[in-house]
Write a protein that binds this ligand. Structure first.
Ligand SMILES: Cc1ncc(CO)c(N)n1
Length: 226
């Protein structure tokens, strides 16, 4: 989607992921969220797992703060930790509270394998690799949900998944995607010059594509375990 304003590097990686990108952003779980037909049990199953996901995802962004080389990188990464911990997770806490699931229960939920695989893959990208390895593994999560939020469009207030959709359509979430995208472009230029001709291009693409595939697995987990 050329209208997305998430940066040049993201656009290149997104295209390089091929069919996996559509498998992720147009998964049947996403279609069900959009048209409201997703069973509530599948949604709640997903949401509880996603809370645990965000705990570890926030840890990964915190490692990116550690690996930053400029003030700009540090600010964006620290800002993303703040957006996750203090904003996005509120959606999970509030939605679950309305269903009688406490924050304590959420934090202690059993982490399923597809969930664990994804966040630890991202974390390992940072432990084994450098800042760009981390960004390639983190970008599909951040930008994919931004794209999904925009794709699902404007829904009525009484739509069963309006709160979820609006969290990702929201200008606040969209601006996280835009600023992360800009920061990644700067980080790539600073370290590699032109990504297209860099010897690291394929390796970074591999990280992005793998993380995209793990997102597909995450939606599937939501459907399967409900
Ligand atoms: C699995 C997953 N990917 C991305 C996001 C967006 O932060 C999320 N909440 N959960």
């Amino acid at each position: 989607m050329s209208t997305l304003n998430y940066g040049e590097t993201f656009a290149l990686w997104r295209k390089g992921a091929g069919a996996a990108w559509g498998d992720y952003t147009r998964h049947s779980f996403v279609q069900g969220l959009g048209d409201g037909t997703l069973p509530r049990a599948a949604f709640l199953h997903y949401l509880v797992q996603d809370y645990v996901f965000l705990v570890h995802f926030s840890r990964a962004w915190s490692l990116a703060v550690v690996k930053s080389e400029t003030m700009d990188e540090m600010k964006i990464c620290a800002g993303t930790v703040d957006a996750l911990v203090n904003h996005e997770m509120d959606l999970h806490v509030k939605t679950c509270a309305a269903e009688g699931i406490s924050q304590e229960t959420l934090f202690q939920s059993r982490e399923e394998t597809a969930n664990l695989a994804y966040t630890r893959y991202v974390m390992d990208a940072g432990v084994q690799g450098d800042f760009l390895d981390m960004m390639a593994a983190l970008a599909p999560c951040v930008m994919g949900y931004g794209e999904i939020g925009l794709n699902l469009g404007n829904v009525a207030a009484d739509h069963p998944y309006a709160d979820w959709i609006n969290t990702y359509r929201d200008p606040e979430y969209q601006s996280v995607c835009t600023s992360v995208g800009q920061m990644i472009d700067g980080a790539v230029t600073r370290r590699l010059g032109d990504l297209k001709t860099s010897p690291r291009r394929d390796h970074l693409q591999g990280r992005f594509t793998k993380a995209t595939e793990l997102e597909v697995g995450f939606w599937q987990m939501g459907l399967d375990g409900a």
